[in-house]
Write a protein that binds this ligand. Structure first.
Ligand code: 6PG
Length: 487
């Protein structure tokens, strides 16, 4: 009964998190469904460390101090429910289960409610940073009751990455909030990766840069505003060569995998009615990459434009940099607008500036520019969209000509840049005081009597006596097409 925390699930993330907790002075008990892994861990990397193991759930739980804290590092979905079911009969009021996987926030909200009915505390925490982060300090996004968080705060804040003395871990909000924020982190991660891939594709197929040249470019970019973990590892990937001497990237199959968090982010954006096209494009880009053999066949029969690049290479390289930064800002703008809406919808009271600060270390999207997001929310905590903030407005204003040129070059040459262009379409839509949706409304009313609101001659919305927009319908099929007011 002396372990500070128990951990279930000894895949690499689980093992590394256990080692991280132990290295920060906490005694850890571990359990795994396949018992042999427990023994292998104890006689392997946990040997000589303050880590104990168990061969059964009761034995595992008997090693924990009260109130018992158990962190699950198992596959999201059914395994989480299965372990909760195994644990609950042995737990007492006030004990705490923590889910450290990439669970769907709806599952976390459900589990939170089910367990609070049984007076068991529950935390769903996003943990980002991969294997290395788990071992050396991840970013953590815990959600649940503040009372539950208090129990693990001393452990979490010690094991998390630290930036300027501040842990990359703070309480996110109730029930599924932590997993929601991690999900959006991953949606943004998909965008960051896709944008880097589009920059790479332009450098390679338009400018003809080789791996060594690209390594230099990404390294240089990593010294500026684009400084981030993903840019850094991209530069590093270009230093890797295959046994046959080819650049490593050239021999990797161009078929991207995905586990679902980007898709969930897009689904949530659709559910909440928030425009997040660049996140969705990044998911779709992975989907179209996945149909490799179909693409190979299509390439045989569908021809694109013929032509070669005849612009200025140096100038275009700078333009790609600016396009990447501008599009990146748009994808973060979408992610933060989504979290803002979710916060209202689910009553989470998310602190968006703090979330940006928490992502500065440990996580996959860690980046220098994240403090700019925190600064923007400091300037205006109610900022509806990052694109309105003075810093981001200025960056995009400067980057805009380059951004448009890059997309136009790619389009002319038939190089797909779905995330660069969808971010630009988002930007152009967001800054348009009048879109073409008036015609959509007219068509909806025409074929389905879906009604519409109207503008007066000064361009103001026509309102009723309560100040609400007046609802109109045109009788399209009648002679003279009379317009009626719908009450
Ligand atoms: C992180 C990563 C991590 C994992 C993703 C990969 O923050 O540490 O996001 O959670 O690498 O699940 O997701 P895909 O397999 O969908 O790319």
């Amino acid at each position: 009964m002396s372990a500070d925390i128990g951990l279930i699930g000894l895949a690499v993330m689980g093992e590394n998190l256990a080692l991280n907790m132990e290295s920060k002075g906490f005694e850890v008990a571990v359990f795994n469904r396949t018992i042999s892994r427990v023994d292998a861990f104890l006689s392997g990397s946990a040997k000589g460390k303050n880590i104990t193991g168990a061969h059964s759930i009761p034995d595992f739980l008997s090693q924990l101090k009260s109130p018992k804290k158990i962190i699950l590092m198992v596959k999201a979905g059914e395994p989480v429910d299965a372990f909760i079911e195994l644990l609950v009969p042995h737990l007492s009021k006030g004990d705490l289960i923590i889910d450290g996987g990439n669970s769907n926030f709806n599952d976390t909200t459900r589990r939170h409610e089910e367990l609070s009915n049984q007076e068991i505390l529950y935390i769903g925490t996003g943990i980002s940073g991969g294997e290395e982060g788990a071992l050396k300090g991840p970013a953590m996004m815990p959600g649940g009751s503040p009372e539950a968080y208090e129990l693990v705060e001393p452990i979490f804040t010690k094991i998390a990455a630290q930036v300027e003395g501040t842990p990359c871990c703070s309480y996110i909000g109730p029930n599924g909030a932590g997993h929601y924020v991690k999900m959006v982190h991953n949606g943004i991660e998909y965008c960051d990766m896709q944008l880097i891939c589009e920059a790479y594709s332009l450098m390679k197929s338009v400018l003809g840069l080789d791996a060594e040249e690209m390594q230099k470019v990404f390294n240089e970019w990593n010294q500026g505003e684009l400084n981030s973990y993903l840019i850094e590892i991209t530069a590093d990937i270009f230093t890797q060569f295959d046994d046959g001497g080819s650049p490593f990237v050239d021999v990797v199959l161009d078929q991207a995998g995905q586990k679902g968090t980007g898709k969930w982010t897009s689904i949530s954006a659709l559910d909440l009615g928030i425009s997040a096209p660049t996140i969705a494009e990044a998911v779709f880009a992975r989907c179209i990459s996945a149909i490799k053999s179909e693409r190979v066949d299509a390439a045989e029969v569908i021809k694109g434009p013929i032509g070669t690049f005849d612009g200025d290479r140096e100038e275009t390289l700078k333009a790609i940099h600016d396009a990447l930064y501008a599009a990146k800002i748009c994808s973060y703008a979408q992610g933060f607008a989504l979290m803002r809406e979710a916060s209202t919808e689910y009553d989470w009271d998310l602190d968006l500036g703090n979330i940006a600060l928490g992502w500065r270390g440990g996580c996959i999207i860690r980046a220098k520019f994240l403090h700019r997001i925190a600064d923007a929310f400091d300037r205006n905590p109610d900022l509806p969209n990052l694109l309105l903030d003075s810093y981001f407005r200025d960056v995009i204003e400067t980057a805009q000509p380059h951004w448009r040129n890059v997309i136009s070059t790619a389009t002319q040459l038939g190089v797909p840049v779905p995330a660069f262009s969808s971010a630009l379409a988002y930007f152009d839509s967001y800054r348009s005081s009048r879109l073409s949706a008036n015609l959509i409304q007219a068509m909806r009313d025409y074929f389905g009597a879906h009604t519409y609101n109207k503008l007066d001659n000064d361009g103001n919305i026509i309102v009723d006596k309560d100040g609400e927009p007046k609802v109109f319908h045109t009788e399209w099929m009648l002679e003279n097409r009379p317009e009626i007011t719908v009450e």
